[in-house]
Design a protein around this ligand. Sequence first.
Ligand SMILES: *Cc1c(COP(=O)(O)O)cnc(C)c1O
Length: 388
Amino acid sequence: MTVFEKAERLKNLPPYLFKELDRKRTELRARGMDIIDLGVGDPDLPTPDHIVEAMKDAVEDPDNHRYPSYSGMNELKDAVSKYFDRRFGVQISAETEVLSLIGSKEGLAHFPLAFVDPGDVVLIPTPAYPVYHHATLFAGGESFFMPLKKENNFLPDLEAIPSKVTQHAKMMFLNYPNNPTSAVADHGFFERVVRFAEKHSILVCHDAAYTEMAFDGYRPLSFLEVDGAKEVGIEFHSLSKTYNMTGWRIGFAVGNQALIEGLGAIKSNMDSGVFQAIQIAGIKALTHDQSCVKEMVEVYTRRRDLMVNGLKRIGFEVESPKATFYLWIEIPRGYTSAQFTTKLLEKGVVVAPGNGFGEPGEGYVRISLSQKSSRLEEAIHRMKSITF
Ligand SMILES: *Cc1c(COP(=O)(O)O)cnc(C)c1O
C-alpha cells in the first residue's frame, strides 16, 4: 500500500480494450506509417462559421467572463424548448425541464450519482458507449447487461430481463440512434420501454446524441415523444456531432423535472456551468437556420454510400445505416475482432474492435466515417488485400 494506491472505484473499472491498439497505432505513426484513422467518433469537419463568429463576439464581452448560472442561460433553455417543439413536437418547460451540460457525456456520467444507491441495479445495453457502465460503477450500482443482438435489430429484449433483476432495477440506459451498432429505434420500441419503466418503476435515461445525424429523409425520434415518457425519463442531447462541436463541450438534458433537479444538484457541487460564450455559440447553433446540418448529413451520406459499396465490392456483408456516422461490420470468419483490427492496422487502417464496446460486440468492428472520401477509398483499397 502506498499513497499512490488508487481508489477501489478506479481499480474496479474494466480494462480499457483500446489500450493495446492505441499503443500500436502510436508506434506505427512514429515509424512514419501513413495511418487512416476510422477508429474515433470525432467529426473531421469544422464547426460552421456562424457558430464560430458568435463565440468570437461573445468572448469579448466582459459580461460573459463571470460564473454562468448552474442550470444554463435562459436564452439557451428557451432555444432548447423551441427546438424540441419544432423538431419533435414535444413541449418542454424552459424553466424546469432543461439543464445545460458540459457535453452530454458529463451529464450521463453524473446522472447515476443523483439516483443510484449502492446495490441498485442499472440496466445497460451492450455493446455500448462505456460511460453508462463506468458511471454506474462510480455510483456503487450494479450493471445488468442487456445484449443488443442482430436478430433483435440491436434493440434490447425487455422480456428477457429476469423479474429478480427488474425488482432491484432503478434505472435503464438506452441510446438510439445507437453507437456503436448504428441501429435506430421506432415509436413502438420506445412505447414498450415506457410501459416497462412504468410497470417496474424504473427510470429511463436516453442518450440521444445522434438524432440529427440521419440519412435518406429518416428523422430519428426523441424518446420523449411517447406518452408518459416524461413521467419516467430524461434525455441527453449533444451539440457535438450535430454541429461538429466535440471540442467545445456543450450539451443539454431535458425531461422529468425531478430528474433534472437531481442531476442539477449533483452538478452544482461539481462544476459551475458552461462558459457563457460557449452557451451563446450553442444558442446560435440551435436557432440559426439549419442548412449546416443538412450539409453535414449530405457529406456523411456520400461517405456512407462510398464505404458501404466499397466494402460490398471487396466481399463484406454490410447494411447501410439509417443514422450515425458508424458502420457496424461483421468481420470475416476465422478472425476475432482484435485479430482483424490488428490485421487492418498493419495496413495502416485503424478501426474500433467491436468487443471494446462489450462482449457481444465480438465478431464486429466499428468503422467511423470521419475521414474525407479519398481517404475512405484508400482504406478500401488497403482492406482489399485481406483474405476471406
Ligand atoms: C459522441 C457521443 C456522445 C456525445 O458526447 P459529448 O460529451 O456531448 O461530446 C454521447 N453519447 C454517445 C453514444 C456518443 O457517441
